[in-house]
Design a protein around this ligand. Structure first.
Ligand SMILES: [Zn+2]
Length: 393
């Protein structure tokens, strides 16, 4: 019985895997029309072998050098490994499994998304996000720490479908980063604020000002893309300012708390050491974003591995990890004191603030995207070709 089951299972498996199966004794093949049966089985076998061969013949997208792609796609000191500037969505997805100058950028934010999602799921199982309003700032922060690397990964994946799509992809990337800065402000406002600033004017208006910062950040960073070709330095400076301003605003209470601690007004905690590591990585992230090192020293040598944007992604994610640990540690260890002396987080000040900011930021992205979508609708659709005879744009 068990043997029959075993044979049945193996034959079923073999059929589903399209491997030829002899349904009769092998010696019968050699007599009574056996040759015809043998030929039939061989045909079936060939069919089974052809399937993976067809899969293997699926061509990966062709790559190009810097002078073969339009200016808008070029990256400073990256010479090779560019994808076709009018790739299809499928080509973009396939290209994430092929070594090109964006592959590591895609994966260095895609994999951390799953790490942060896992941390979020663990917190969901230990904290009561539904009814305990004290946890809502952390809920908002955790949602945004998952969203920003995922959006960035998608932006890097689909940024070579057209010049217009490239801009729109990065508008969403900047929008997600801008909202992440709001998540930081909400969690810092409720958990990280130094004791002497709790209930101060700044504390009360911390979240509304942070919402204003997201408007400033998204607008300025999206606008900076329009200057990229004509004024690359000005564009880079504006984009850096767009992200540095909300970061400084969010971090001022933390830096003040660290300074107080250094002055001996508090005892160093595990949360503060995490916050310090976060600040170190935040400065490193900013440096990598602006310096374009190491590829600037040796153009073409870091096209695939080790260029500044990849390091920038890794540094940002490591910084976010330490920040998350610091926020969680503060939330847990300061709970009793904050609930006694501070404000109870409200729905409007946390989830409501995120919803308002999300709508405003999507509106800003819509305003910047509309002329590009209009332009791409009016321009004739260029066919996707295997050779890239691209003119400069
Ligand atoms: Zn990026």
């Amino acid at each position: 019985m068990s043997q029959d089951n075993g044979i049945g299972w193996s034959q079923g498996w073999a059929r589903s895997a399209r491997i030829p199966v002899f349904d009769y004794p092998v010696w019968l093949v050699l007599c009574r029309g056996g040759r015809a049966r043998l030929r039939e089985v061989c045909q079936r076998g060939r069919g089974a072998i052809r399937l993976p061969a067809e899969m293997l013949s699926l061509k990966l997208p062709q790559l190009f050098d810097i002078h073969q792609v339009p200016k808008v796609f070029r990256e400073d000191s990256i010479i090779s490994g560019y994808r076709h500037p009018r790739s299809s969505a499928l080509d973009c997805i396939l290209s994430s499994f092929q070594m090109n100058n964006e592959t590591i950028n895609i994966w260095t934010h895609f994999l951390p998304t799953w790490y942060f999602l896992w941390r979020f799921c663990v917190l969901c199982s230990t904290l009561n996000f539904l009814t305990d309003s004290y946890t809502w700032p952390l809920l908002v922060y955790m949602m945004l720490i998952c969203v920003y690397p995922f959006t960035s990964s998608c932006a890097h994946t689909f940024s070579t479908m057209s010049a217009e799509s490239r801009h729109i992809c990065y508008f969403f990337d900047y929008g997600a980063l801008s909202l992440y800065s709001l998540g930081c402000a909400i969690s810092y406002g409720y958990y990280v604020m130094p004791e002497c600033w709790v209930n101060s004017w700044l504390h009360q208006y911390f979240v509304p000002i942070a919402i204003g910062n997201t408007v400033f950040c998204t607008s300025l960073s999206c606008y900076s893309r329009f200057l990229e070709l004509q004024f690359p330095k000005r564009s880079k400076a504006l984009r850096t300012i767009a992200f540095v301003v909300p970061f400084i605003f969010d971090t001022v209470p933390l830096i003040y708390r660290i300074l107080l601690c250094c002055g001996g007004s508090c005892s160093p905690t595990g949360a503060l050491s995490n916050h310090c590591y976060h600040l170190l990585f935040a400065f490193l992230t900013c440096f990598l974003f602006t310096a374009h090192l190491p590829e600037r020293l040796a153009p073409g040598c870091f096209d695939y591995f080790g260029h500044s944007h990849q390091l920038f992604h890794v540094s940002a994610v490591v910084g976010s990890h330490f920040q998350m640990e610091g926020v969680i540690a503060d939330m847990t260890s300061r709970r009793t004191w904050l609930l006694k002396h501070g404000m109870m987080p409200s729905f409007l000040g946390t989830i409501g603030a995120l919803a308002i900011s999300l709508v405003i930021n999507l509106g800003i992205i819509g305003i910047f995207s509309a002329p590009l979508l209009w332009k791409s609708c009016r321009s004739p659709n260029q066919p996707h070709s295997s050779t890239c005879g691209c003119k400069e744009q």
